[in-house]
Ligand binder design. Sequence first.
Ligand code: UD1
Ligand code: MG
Length: 420
Amino acid sequence: MEADSMPSSSTRNMQLGILALVGGVLPAFGLFQIRDEKARLLLATSALVSVCGFLVTRWLVPLVGAKTASRGICGKDLNKRGTPMGERPIPEAGGLAVGCVFLLCIICFELLHYYDIGSLVRWLGSGFQEGGVRLEQTSDAWLVDYNAAMATICFMLFLGFADDVLDIRWRVKLVLPFFAALPLLAAYSGGTGIAVPKPLQTWLGLPFYLELGLLYKLFMVMLVIFCTNSINILAGVNGLEAGQTFIVACATLGHNLLSVAGFAATAPAVRDGHLFSAYLMMPLAATTMGLLVHNWYPSRVFVGDTFTYFAGMTLAVAGILGHFSETMLLFLLPQVFNFVYSLPQLFKIVPCPRHRLPVFDPKTGLLRPKDQPDWNLVNLMLQLFGNCNENTLCIRILALQVLSCVAGFGIRWLLTGIYK
Ligand code: UD1
Ligand code: MG
């Protein structure tokens, strides 16, 4: 592929700018709708911390990339095979920088939630004179959940990095998230029941609230395994892993902020769950954008399994502890489809190569499905909408992701009152 077929840096920046705008519009609207002054101050401060998280990640990713490359943790850009660009080793595990900055951000949020932010602002404003900083009345359960979430995400980040370094076998990879979820499962103190959909209450005579006990924990394990792997297997195209994460994180954040603002349920426990999730989604979206600056087509850094596992786990934890996992699954419809569609290959009923990627034609710069196309969404998009270059393929799949999030909001809106 010739250098002039690469997008110019202004086209690249414009594409990233449009993505940031598309993702940012709903969360920004949601934030301005929040009337509760304390929640607004907390969230606005968190947004500020997240912006710093974006800047630090953007700066840190190339530095970490240089280090991982010097240790041989690199990969070839498979959709550029047969061109000089396909021969360059690209640093893997860019997610390491994202994960570390993300964890620092959420530790900041924990402190913000723990101290009375109004008194903190007054104290800073008075030059450390007036009053001092008061402690917030934070419930112990909140702190336990928050720390368990942090431990689980941190464990997943570590296992993802171990995978990038050790190249773990596929079947072992599949169950890694179960181990990472153990801190969360052990500490989980929330309800273990579900609100039964209204039609099922009528047809099956079930109660409004069905206690599931251990079955609920099994559901948590399945959700965690699904979310982490589903991001990891919708991959292999420059910008796709981080792009889908950014869009889903923004949609979830928008949903959280609108719920805190009172657009949906406003019961205090529900509101707290959404606030909790917003604390995770804000830095996830911001740090992922910091990574995308380097991972967008043509990638200078690969995200690695460090990122895909970390991102999937963070989404799963937000859905579980925020108590809106059904909505999360609606936002993840392309991933659900891709996961189900991939099952025959994942279970080796149909042959499964190490990389389920299209074929690249160096003469035209276009991607096309293999003669026996792999069973995944990346190939299906080429089969449905025709051959295209890698940049266009990524944009098409991300557009589908945006559509699915919009549909998710639509379905939620339609079912409110009927479903629950
Ligand atoms: C999963 C997918 C595999 C896909 C791979 C790409 C399944 C079962 N597995 O495997 O089909 O090929 O992700 O990430 O669906 N790469 C690129 N361009 C990119 C991103 C990655 O060429 O934009 C290549 C690089 O060579 C990189 C490698 O993919 O080194 C990373 O693969 P890895 O994440 O280890 O693959 P899996 O997660 O096992
Ligand atoms: Mg991977």
